[in-house]
Design a protein around this ligand. Structure first.
Ligand code: ATP
Length: 139
């Protein structure tokens, strides 16, 4: 029986509001996991895939930047960007990855390295979230 309420919100919309058993999220200082009765907790979010479990099934959402708050069996993800697998445009992510790769490979001196690396990471995790959802659905 799911005991944690997970809410994922971006400046544009409510991406998810669901009772879950477990949340694993990419904190800026590393992954963290939350189950029911967790102590109150606040963390900045990095770029990655947020995992939540419902009835033993793992689900994934791409997140990038923002904050996570745990309080009273509620996990609130205030993300700058959050996308469910079905909302991810894989072709767009692939193009973003190619652009970032080119910048890192050929224009290293001129480029904002951290910015290009972050773009690579966003593209990588978008494709990962999408791939994981697709491969789970076919099983
Ligand atoms: P791009 O270079 O393709 O714009 P980006 O990583 O720079 O990618 P973000 O700044 O992370 O993009 O996001 C800007 C907006 O575009 C957000 O609303 C985000 O949800 C959306 N977005 C970006 N890439 C994708 C994608 N591959 N699929 C779906 N939505 C995307």
């Amino acid at each position: 029986m799911a005991q944690l309420l997970l809410e994922i919100v971006t400046p544009d919309k409510l991406v998810l509001s669901q009772d879950v058993d477990y949340v694993g999220a990419p904190g800026l200082l590393g992954e963290f996991g939350v189950m029911a009765n967790h102590i109150p907790f606040l963390s900045a979010l990095g770029i990655g895939s947020l995992m939540y479990k419902v009835g033993g099934k793992a689900n994934y959402v791409f997140v990038s930047g923002g904050f996570a708050e745990v309080s009273g069996n509620k996990v609130t993800i205030l993300a700058e960007v959050a996308e469910r697998p079905e909302d991810i445009d894989v072709e767009r992510a692939r193009k973003a990855q190619d652009r970032a790769k080119q910048r890192l490979d050929r224009e290293r001196e001129k480029v904002d390295f951290a910015r290009a690396q972050a773009a690579m990471q966003r593209a990588f995790y978008r494709m990962k979230v999408r791939d994981t959802a697709t491969s789970t659905a076919s099983h």
